[in-house]
Design a protein around this ligand. Structure first.
Ligand code: NDP
Length: 266
């Protein structure tokens, strides 16, 4: 529901009927087939919302959606494709009439090459998915939302802290922060909120793959985290659920670091 409804004399049915259960929101999670996105999808489903698991891996998305229960659906999308994203939202409007919450979670890591060895194509691939993809989904979501709608973008500690050599990834995540703040200023009057959740180091399949390839050293990372350990996908999912809740209804344009204290101490 809309925590700050326009004053138009409409009676507040929730107050009049405290026993009535809340209407299920329609929630889209991009990159929802695994990792943090999957945890976010599970959290919203457990909260009673209707979840659309969207991923470029349609089979994995379908198996996650199936495991959530019959109310939930999977759709295949490459978020970097304008046509794919427009078609995704058209399908959502046809099936559900609109969208209440978008969780822009899909992203890729970059090539870990020194800047002088990084090609334009490498850079564009990361920016196309992580930044343009988030923008395309946010733009189409706004076209499908009413007042009370919410967009949660996924930043990173790299929004704030540079990691060598993750130029493209860091630039894409810094872009997410300013994109969020610009859109918050623009969307404020519409009653649609937007915020960024910025994960620290979270134990996901993506991170496991980086560890296995030897490209990240988890032991040295752990020493830099005041709480001494990596986070869990559920730590991020809980923060996303909060940002999308009525309890967060005055949070707009903000970035919420969920990182065990890492960004506070560098
Ligand atoms: P994963 O790599 O484990 O999962 C990402 C999912 O997004 C995959 O299912 C992936 O599909 C999908 N995806 C990738 N590209 C696209 C695309 N173009 N269109 C649709 N879906 C796509 O990531 P994490 O769970 O680790 O991370 C989730 C989010 O959190 C990302 O935004 C990431 O940058 C951010 N983050 C994660 C941190 C961590 O420590 N894990 C730290 C900071 C931020 P496919 O299998 O095909 O690649």
């Amino acid at each position: 529901g809309d925590a700050h409804p326009p004053v138009d004399g409409t009676p507040d049915l929730e107050l009049n009927c405290p026993a009535a259960s809340k209407a299920a929101r329609v929630v889209l999670v991009t990159g929802g087939a695994r990792g943090i996105g999957e945890a976010v999808a599970r959290k919203f489903a457990a909260n009673g919302d209707t979840v659309i698991v969207a991923d470029r891996d349609g089979e994995e998305a379908a198996s996650v959606a199936k495991s959530l229960g019959p109310a939930h659906v999977a759709l295949t999308v490459d978020v970097s494709s304008d046509a794919d994203v427009v078609a995704l939202f058209e399908a959502i409007r046809q099936r559900f009439g609109g969208l209440d919450v978008l969780v822009n979670n899909a992203a890729i890591s970059d090539t870990f090459r020194p800047a002088l060895e990084q090609t334009t194509a490498d850079l564009e691939r990361v920016l196309d998915i992580n930044l343009t993809g988030a923008f395309l989904c946010a733009r189409e979501a706004v076209r499908s939302m009413r007042a009370g709608g919410m967009i949660v973008n996924t930043g990173s500690i790299n929004t704030f802290l540079p990691f060598v050599p993750r130029h493209a990834y860091g630039a894409s995540k810094a872009g997410i922060d300013i994109l969020t703040r610009c859109m918050a200023a623009e969307l404020g009057p519409s009653g649609i909120r937007i915020a960024t959740v910025a994960p620290g180091y979270i134990r996901t399949p993506g991170v496991a793959a980086l560890e296995q390839s030897g490209r990240v050293d988890t032991a040295s990372i752990r020493r830099r985290i005041p709480m001494g350990d990596l986070g869990r996908p559920d730590d991020i999912a809980d923060a996303v659920l909060f940002l999308a809740s009525e309890e967060a209804s005055y949070i707009n344009g903000s970035i919420l670091y969920v990182d065990g204290g890492w960004t506070s101490f560098g």
